[in-house]
Ligand binder design. Structure first.
Ligand code: NAP
Length: 388
């Protein structure tokens, strides 16, 4: 099979290396803005013109690895409309344009695969689709952002503060110079949209999902939770209920005996619950050049070998939106006790002007709305739901 690669950065070059070393897949063209150090031998196949890939009838499949929305969306649509299969690790694109892109692929009779968008090197979405062929998925959840897990795990082990561990994560290359999409939870939110859409044949949108990140966590939150037998993790959550889908992203206080609590460093742990199969978890590297590159190439091989994992839209109208009325207890740390907060607090301790509270069961929507309100007022609080 001849393929083209759009974008020759971390994942694009990783996929190239895996394809070259371990398969007979031929990379015929690469669209790049400039050459990549160490790859001067590829000058003959590098182009700066997207039409060189789209118009090449010998290219059956294109890997899009430039990231972001534009021009990635335009390029992917052009490839699908030209009858080429597309594989992409681009979670921003798939999360934002899921419906348009899956419909365009289906209309053109070609495959669109994006296993590496959620879980990086972990074959999570592949196995989610595979399980779904003969089971009903009722829940997906887990740790899908290695950067946040690295920060939270190091804060737990070392008692260090958030800013210090974020800086170390950046120095190690786990966090980007602008870490906002990781620490504010947007990256996890996108993976939640994609995973829930696959799991439940849904068409959720990013704006449907309540999301609170870890950017307001402090060392004293970790210390408080540790004393009570918990560690904090940023989790995606999505459930299928009789009332429809419930999906949200938030910090969770996980008991130390739970699988999630024991996920170290920058690893991911992603779980599905199926009516027949029960609970299955997938653990490993959720990012990185070669793990993600390998996941991309696995999608290419599946398409070459005719392994179909069709996205079904049969329920999409039914599950076009989701609610956040899930009710749970929260740990809340705040400097201010308002009447509103007091109305749902079960117990609290005050230490040096800081209130450490445990809430009565309240809805995700109410907790997140309050967290967002205080953030907008410039008085951020931290909260984490408590997993029993
Ligand atoms: N890195 C990971 O571990 C990982 C894991 C899972 C998913 N992903 C996803 O994979 C995608 C790529 O990420 P990455 O880490 O490989 O990013 P990256 O290292 O920044 O690579 C992107 C490459 O695309 C090139 N590019 C950007 N716009 C272009 C254009 N218009 N035409 C041609 N080339 C263009 C960039 O060139 P310049 O150098 O000129 O900017 C760069 O070489 C993203 O969607 C990301 O979310 C990454």
């Amino acid at each position: 099979m001849n393929i083209g690669i759009i974008g020759f950065g971390t994942v694009g070059s990783g996929a190239y290396e895996i394809a070259k070393a371990a398969t007979d897949i031929n990379v015929k063209r690469i669209l790049a803005r400039h050459g990549r150090e160490g790859y001067e031998n590829l000058d003959d196949i590098i182009t700066h013109n997207i039409e060189d890939l789209i118009e090449d009838k010998e290219i059956d499949l294109v890997v899009e690895a430039i990231g972001g929305i534009e021009p990635a969306r335009t390029y992917v649509l052009a490839c699908l409309n030209a009858g080429k299969h597309v594989v992409t690790p681009n979670k921003n694109l798939i999360s934002a344009y899921f419906e348009e892109l899956t419909e365009t692929a289906s209309r053109n009779g070609v495959e669109l695969r994006f296993t590496s968008t959620s879980g990086g090197g972990i074959p999570w979405l592949f196995n989610l689709m595979r399980t779904k062929r003969c089971d009903k998925i009722t829940q997906v959840r887990g740790i899908v952002n290695g950067t946040c897990n690295y920060i939270l795990d190091s804060m737990y082990d070392k008692g260090a503060d958030f800013a210090e561990m974020l800086k170390i994560a950046q120095d190690l290359g786990y966090a980007e110079a602008d870490p906002s999409s990781d620490i504010e939870g947007t990256d996890t939110l996108r993976k939640t949209v994609i995973s829930a859409n696959i799991a439940f044949d849904a068409l959720l949108k990013e704006e449907d999902i309540y999301c609170y990140g870890i950017d307001t966590i402090e060392a004293r939150d970790i210390a408080y939770l540790k004393e009570k037998g918990y560690t904090c993790k940023l989790l995606m959550n999505a459930k299928l209920t009789d009332a429809g889908i419930k999906a949200w992203v938030e910090p969770v206080a996980c008991p130390l005996t739970s699988l999630e609590a024991n996920v170290k460093a920058n690893n991911n742990l992603i779980t599905l619950v199926g009516e027949s199969i029960g609970t299955q978890s997938f653990y490993g590297q959720g990012a990185g050049r070669l793990p993600t590159g390998e996941s991309v190439v696995q999608d290419v091989i599946d398409i070459r070998d005719g392994i179909k994992m069709e996205y079904s839209e049969k329920n999409s109208k039914k599950y076009a939106a989701c609610s956040c009325d899930e009710v749970q207890k929260y740990y809340i740390r705040h400097n201010k006790m308002s009447e509103d907060i007091m109305s749902f607090i079960e117990k609290y301790e005050e230490k040096e002007g800081v209130f450490y509270c445990i809430s009565k069961p309240i809805s995700v929507a109410r907790m997140h709305d309050m967290g967002r309100h205080f953030k907008e007022e410039g008085k951020p609080m931290f909260f984490a739901s408590i997993r029993e």
